[in-house]
Design a protein around this ligand. Structure first.
Ligand code: URP
Ligand code: ZN
Ligand code: ZN
Length: 460
């Protein structure tokens, strides 16, 4: 099968020009002006952007967490992602403490394999690093293409590891050329503040926010960076939210250390006023919490300065019934919110259209940098001859309103209900097949492929 995309404005992380793209099979075979080639499908992209398929480096599909499962499974989650122009997601396998990495991997594979619309890869979340699990790292990297190892410095008592485990893991991952990532907040301080609030009878969702002040992120960010400096491992901080955390990264740059940083769309477009809505605020109970407007400004600046390289969603939706388990105790509200579909349209609408970031930067943070950092470049993350034909034809003028009544997430509320955006993915191509055309699904469940990743091409 072949596709000819005519007259689109092709934007990559570095280029911006008008040309035609010829796709033969799963990859791009030619790019040029006025290509006159016969094709099975011809798409007129005049007046539209043609950008690389989005890569969301941080999602949780069908994840067992806090007494529930995140409500999007591999089928609904990857389909919602495609509707929003994200063709590849990286999900987290979560090791159970006392068990092996491979046991967790097989569990996650049993849910994902054959069930996705979009392409997907896995990070390994390490909750128990010990002499046995240490031996599994090499094979995960070299045989299974899992080159990134996520750690939690919070969620004390379930997912958190201590600093001794962290440096041991870093040392082992460094040996085999992988990367260590972290949820950087101080679990002990959070644990203390949660107890204090509970003792005082402060049980509403507002106290979730108040139990995780900025200092918990900046402290852990600095500590993680120091451990990465000591062990010289490639390092990456997930879902950065705060000015204080960013300043720790800037401090590291002063001693010539490079640390990769991700933020998420919700931290750029929402602010902590979402916690002023009584129990409805449970919709935005996530960790770290949504922060202040000054943190939004710091994050946009950090994207432009290259301090932040990637934009994710940390998509982790829960049905409202599950959120209601915490009606009388915020610590029982499963942490996380939906967003996998809206990342690109929101960052275009609120970042590019308002002049905060350039189009090239948008492509870089929504696709290219994740492909490079997580070992998928150049097959994914750009538009060039020979790369996977993962392409989004994006209508920059299309206005629409985000709502649970129209989104494709399997979640009965929207974190952005009533939010108007301008810009929408119109046609989404995944490895040479039209997957979404004007909202209509053109592929079948199971088309999505597991992506075995290589080592980072963006190294320290
Ligand atoms: O609240 C969140 N972010 N839930 C998902 C797990 C995590 O911490 O990333
Ligand atoms: Zn996290
Ligand atoms: Zn997460």
């Amino acid at each position: 099968m072949s596709i000819l995309i005519k007259n689109g404005r092709i934007v990559t992380a570095t280029d911006d020009y008008t040309a035609d793209i010829f796709i033969d099979g799963e990859t791009i075979s030619m790019i040029g002006k006025n290509l006159s080639l016969a094709a099975d499908t011809v798409i007129d992209a005049s007046g539209k952007l043609v950008i690389p398929g989005g890569i969301d480096p941080h999602v949780h599909l069908e994840m067992p967490f806090m007494g529930a499962f995140s409500s999007d499974n591999y089928e609904t989650g990857t389909l919602a992602a495609l509707h929003g122009g994200t063709t590849t997601v990286i999900d987290f396998v979560i090791q159970s403490q006392g068990k092996s990495f491979y046991e967790a991997l097989h569990d996650w594979q049993s849910r994902a394999t054959g069930n996705t619309y979009g392409d997907y890869a896995f990070h390994m979340a390490v909750t128990d690093f010990n002499p046995e699990t240490q031996l599994e790292i090499k094979d995960l990297i070299e045989k299974d293409g899992i080159t990134s190892f996520k750690t939690f410095m919070a969620y004390k008592g379930s997912l958190m590891i201590d600093d001794r485990q962290m440096v041991g893991l870093m040392n082992e991952v460094k040996k085999h050329g992988g990367i260590v990532t972290t949820h950087a907040t101080n679990g002990d301080i959070i644990d203390y503040l949660v107890s204090k609030n509970k003792e005082a009878g402060n049980l509403s969702p507002l106290y979730h926010y108040l139990s995780q002040p900025e200092i918990t992120e900046s402290e852990a960010t600095g500590r993680f960076i120091d451990m990465a400096y000591q062990t010289e491992v490639n390092s990456y901080i997930v879902h950065m939210t705060s000015e204080g955390g960013l300043n720790k990264v800037r401090d590291a740059q002063k001693r010539n250390q490079k640390v990769f940083v991700e933020t998420c769309i919700q931290y750029l477009v929402l602010d902590c006023s979402v916690y002023d809505r009584g129990f409805e605020s449970a919709k935005w109970v996530m960790s770290p919490p949504i922060r202040e407007k000054k943190d939004q400004a710091a994050l946009w600046a950090a994207i432009n300065q290259g301090v932040v390289q990637t934009l994710a969603t940390d998509h982790c939706p829960f049905m409202w019934d599950d959120k209601c388990k915490g009606e009388h105790d915020f610590t029982k509200i499963p942490n996380g919110a939906p967003g996998i579909e809206h990342r690109i349209e929101l960052v275009f609408s609120e970042g590019v259209r308002t002049g905060k970031i350039s189009l090239n930067k948008m492509v870089d943070i929504t696709s290219t940098s994740s492909a490079k950092i997580f070992g998928m470049f150049p097959a994914k993350g750009t538009i060039a001859v020979g790369t996977d034909a993962d392409i989004v034809i994006f209508d920059t003028q299309k206005k629409h309103i985000l709502s649970a009544s129209t989104h494709h997430h399997h979640c009965d509320y929207s974190a952005y209900e009533g939010h108007e955006v301008t810009g929408k993915a119109e046609t989404v191509i995944l490895r040479g097949k039209v997957a979404i055309d004007h909202g209509n699904v053109k592929i079948k469940k199971g088309y999505g492929k597991y992506v075995k990743r290589s080592k980072s091409t963006e190294v320290l």
